[in-house]
Write a protein that binds this ligand. Structure first.
Ligand SMILES: [Zn+2]
Length: 353
């Protein structure tokens, strides 16, 4: 059995060969919270603190949990996205957005996330609330910057374009991200993939790359036959360096090989895939197989409050349900550190603090 101090001393030596001696299920949940972590894939709209939502909605905590959270697999990704709306309905003022942003960073810092990439879709918030894109961003940024002063955490933003909205909305979003490229690290394309060809967004993504924005893309998330090809298209057509999810490439060895050769980083989110009904159970989630195949894998929470989880929970699932050794999990953590779009100096400063 390993103690936290042994794991840390091993990490300090950059030695991840813990697997020879470690015992599975040797840690409790609080132990997982103590590791320094990197989170690459977390949606701002899905990390409003539950106690704050309960307060804003004038609900008891149990009622709020039932209303805002998902505890059992839903029918589809679409149904899960609709559940997001229940939270965004309470994003009623810029002050609320600032508070939620601050608390989201505080909660991440409390589980020792040191590097956090938060993503959101201003067009999604804007569709529910009649709020101005720039004022939404300024409020979120204010909350995040205050949290960065109060806690040992470095935060960067990824701007999301929503597939199922109009091209006009996509263009408006991109213009907004480019106008704020000092605070957006990258862009992402999210939402359901079937019926929304990524070629439609090729020009926008090309323009984003020309202006120095990095690219990640939700792809290969839904359990459909075309999913592996969607991932290849996101790489070839949009220039994705990282793929949000991508788990369904497990069904196509040629595309697994392609992703490996291109050194594309997968942002895997096991509980999310289970609750969106895109993978049947956590124990057989393909994270372990993809990692063992040699693909650059990272572990992420996706929608922590909506799914009633955190990143520590996902580490615990990876170790105890999937049987991935702690040494391998730390290897994925190193991958996440390297793949983070935050500037190197900001990463180094916060990691060593
Ligand atoms: Zn996501």
């Amino acid at each position: 059995m390993f103690s936290i101090s042994e794991i840390y001393s091993s990490r300090a030596k950059s030695d991840f060969s813990l697997s020879q001696n470690e015992t599975l299920a040797s840690l409790n949940y609080m132990d997982y919270r103590q590791f320094k972590k990197v989170e690459l894939h977390r949606h701002f709209e899905a990390c409003a603190r539950l106690t704050s939502l309960a307060e804003m909605a004038n609900m008891g905590l149990q009622e709020a949990a039932t209303h805002f959270q998902i505890h059992h697999p839903m029918k589809s990704l679409e149904e899960v996205i609709q559940r997001f709306v229940r939270t965004v309905e309470y994003f009623r003022s810029y002050e609320v957005l600032e508070r939620i942003a601050y608390e989201a960073c505080e909660d991440a810092a409390l589980e020792n996330i040191r590097i956090l990439e938060l993503r959101y879709a201003p067009s999604f918030i804007g569709a529910v609330q009649k709020l101005d894109f720039q004022k939404i961003h300024d409020a979120i940024l204010k909350g995040v910057q205050k949290a960065e002063k109060d806690f040992p955490i470095a935060v960067g933003f990824i701007g999301i374009i929503v597939r199922s909205q109009s091209m006009l909305e996509a263009e408006k979003s991109l213009d907004f991200f480019l106008h704020n490229k000092d605070s957006f690290l990258a862009i992402d394309l999210a939402d359901q993939e079937v019926g929304f060809d990524c070629r439609n967004f090729a020009t926008l993504f090309s323009k984003a790359r020309e202006h120095g924005l990095r690219v990640t893309c939700h792809s290969g998330e839904e359990n459909v036959a075309e999913a592996p090809q969607f991932v290849k298209n996101a790489i070839d057509i949009l220039g994705a360096e990282r793929i949000g999810h991508g788990l369904q490439i497990i069904h196509d060895q040629n595309i697994m090989q392609y992703v490996k050769e291109k050194n594309i980083v997968l942002e895997l989110c096991p509980t999310s895939n289970f609750l969106t009904n895109n993978w049947p159970d956590l124990a057989s989630h393909p994270l372990k197989q993809l990692y063992e195949y040699g693909i650059a894998c990272t572990i992420n929470s996706d929608d922590p409050v909506v799914f009633n989880i955190d990143l520590s929970h996902e580490w615990k699932i990876a170790h105890e349900n999937m049987g991935i050794h702690l040494g391998a999990i730390h290897g994925m953590q190193e991958t996440a550190y390297r793949a983070s779009f935050l500037p190197e100096a900001k990463k180094t400063a916060i990691w060593q603090s």
